[in-house]
Design a protein around this ligand. Structure first.
Ligand code: E4P
Length: 218
């Protein structure tokens, strides 16, 4: 499973890219607002530079097909790495279909059911993003949805890749991997938590102390 960073914060993107573990980035209007990214296009261009070759998702905000396609073309012009995030609505999937014909990649977002994922794949989505945490928040099984969508994509040989999104904690990442997700898009805080284990910290401390004691004994 690949790991994407779910962030529009350039400092976070730079740090996570430096760790060598991310192969793409997803943004959304909330993340851009949180990052204070007034010059949205410049931020997307910089993210592309920081994560070379990786798919970088940028979301449209129009609600009609023509508006979405227009926005998508402008975003795709920023860099070939840009993938257009589009909500799973009838207008959105019509846009996905048109963009696929133009060779522009899409990430169908705000997916909360397998039925919606099937429609996204049928329209030619490159990626589909089920929202794990938001489903868990309302007492439903977010990772169960990921597993169900992966099963359907595999059964019917859809090329659409599944991105487990709305990740809240490290167990969501592990669960997404076990469910067969192609990608998990992970917030910076959770990405950092993935490194942590008390025995790792304890082991480093012990090796350091033993090494220093050895040097002192020379
Ligand atoms: C990414 O594609 C999604 O927009 C993001 O993971 C949503 O996360 P949230 O539910 O924490 O806002």
């Amino acid at each position: 499973m690949k790991i994407f960073l779910d962030s529009a914060n350039l400092g976070e993107v730079q740090t996570a890219a430096g760790w060598g573990v991310i192969s793409g980035v997803t943004t959304n209007p909330t993340l851009l607002a949180r990052a204070g990214a007034k010059d949205f296009q410049a931020v997307v261009a910089e993210i592309c530079r920081l994560v070379p070759g990786g798919p970088i998702s940028a979301e449209v905000v129009s609600s009609d097909t023509a508006g979405m396609v227009q926005e998508a073309r402008e975003l795709a012009d920023i860099d070939p790495q840009v993938v257009i995030k589009i909500p799973v609505t009838p207008a959105g999937l019509a846009a996905v279909k048109q963009l696929a014909a133009e060779g522009i990649r899409t990430n169908v977002t705000l997916v909360f059911s397998t039925a919606q994922a099937i429609l996204a794949a049928a329209a030619g989505a490159t990626f589909v993003s089920p929202f794990v945490g938001r489903l868990d928040d309302i007492g439903q099984d977010g990772l169960g949805l990921v597993q169900e969508i992966v099963t359907v994509m595999d059964t019917y040989d859809y090329s659409t890749e599944v991105i487990a999104a709305s990740i809240r904690h490290p167990q969501h990442v592990v669960g997404a991997a076990l469910a067969g997700a192609h990608i998990a898009t992970v917030p910076f805080k959770v990405l950092g938590q993935l490194f942590e284990h008390p025995l790792t910290a304890q082991g480093i401390e012990r090796f350091q102390a033993d090494w220093e004691a050895l040097q002192g004994n020379k």
